[in-house]
Ligand binder design. Structure first.
Ligand code: UFG
Length: 329
């Protein structure tokens, strides 16, 4: 299959491109490189630098390639920044995807896998979270992704564009080769920050709150390996070609780990001390987020393979320790 990956130079996108190529697909990547890294793009992928909000750019990409399906990762994804700069998030994440859907319509491409998030749920009503739970985002990032899910639903209704929206929990880890991994600027995610501390690039890791209603008082998250996420996108495309119906799926391991447990496991994996201090809660953090991925397991035939915290941290450590400054800039 010939797959267009928008945002294919970013963290989740670049890993999905690797997986697509490893599974024998042809890949075209479109990325404006505002957040992504050219060096993260697999050498066998055809690369176009440009922005989804540019209709001419998209027509060129679709016109020069016989695209069968699209995977859309292109978005801003910093929750805190989205609260202070909501319009930036709606412009890039929502308007960008509208432009992409318009271009797909012009090109007659009718299948898309969309990168959504657990942030669409907001504060969970029960644990584990299932897809039918209520969606009340507590920040513009989650709202922008939920808005696109709604746009997709109506685009299916009007134009017959079939979609799968994948709601990721906490994406973590790196490709097993150590060639590609996580490199955000600024970095806000827990595991990279812990590993940068292990490398001596930070003095300490701040644990945001130890007074949550959890066994050790720190927040619990469901960490899912990036290659398992990547694999789910390919299974989602296969499903779209098999039954041509739209759907929404959670992607997580169904197991939660506290911030303190993650720090402890990172100390074990790295053999380094990793100084941690307790600080105030970060505003907007729910205490516990754990996915039910039963629907994806059943309907996509998806099964996470790197499903232990040690595998997730070991692969992340392989990347961070071999690329202490991330990708070459
Ligand atoms: N944390 C710390 N110290 C840090 C960084 C994080 O204690 O320096 C804690 C957070 O408070 C949270 C946990 O570690 O409890 C995980 O935090 P991350 O920032 O790594 O991830 P989040 O759970 O906040 O966010 C992730 C994705 C978002 C997505 C969200 C969905 O990164 O893109 O899940 O709920 F929106």
């Amino acid at each position: 299959m010939n797959v267009l990956v928008c945002g294919g130079a970013g963290y989740i996108g670049s890993h999905t491109v690797y997986e697509l190529i490893e599974q024998g697909h042809s890949v075209v990547v479109a990325d404006n490189l505002v957040k992504g890294h050219r060096a993260a793009v697999h050498r066998e992928a055809k690369f176009y630098k440009g922005d989804l909000r540019d209709a001419e750019f998209l027509d060129k990409v679709f016109g020069e390639n016989n695209i069968d399906a699209v995977i859309d990762f292109a978005a801003f994804s910093l929750v805190g920044e989205s609260v202070t700069e909501p319009l930036k998030y709606f412009d890039n994440n929502v308007y960008g995807t509208i432009r992409l859907l318009e271009a797909m319509n012009r090109a007659g491409v009718k299948k898309i896998v969309f990168s959504s998030t657990a942030a669409t749920y907001g504060e969970p009503e029960s644990i584990p979270i299932v897809e039918s739970d209520s969606t009340v985002p507590t920040n513009p990032y989650g709202e922008s992704k939920l808005t696109v899910e709604k746009i997709l639903k109506w685009s299916d209704n009007a134009y017959g564009i079939k979609y799968v929206a994948l709601r990721y929990f906490n994406a973590a880890g790196a490709h097993i080769s150590g060639e590609i991994g996580e490199d955000h600027d600024p970095e806000s995610h827990l595991i990279p920050i812990i590993l940068q501390t292990a490398l001596g690039k930070r003095e300490r890791i701040a644990i945001f709150g130890d007074d949550y209603p959890t066994p050790d008082g720190t927040c619990i998250r469901d960490y899912i390996h990036i290659t398992d996420l990547a694999d789910a996108h390919i299974k989602a495309i296969e499903k779209l070609f098999k039954d041509n119906t739209s759907a929404v799926y959670n992607l997580g391991n169904g197991k939660g780990f506290s911030v303190k447990e993650v720090v402890e496991e990172a100390r074990r994996v790295t053999g380094r001390e990793i100084k941690a201090v307790i600080e105030d809660r970060r505003p907007g953090d729910p205490s516990t987020l754990i996915a039910s991925s039963e629907k994806a397991i059943k309907e996509l035939g998806w099964q996470p393979r790197f499903n232990t915290l040690s595998q997730i941290i070991e692969t992340a450590w392989r990347w961070h320790s071999s690329h202490p400054n991330g990708y070459e800039k």
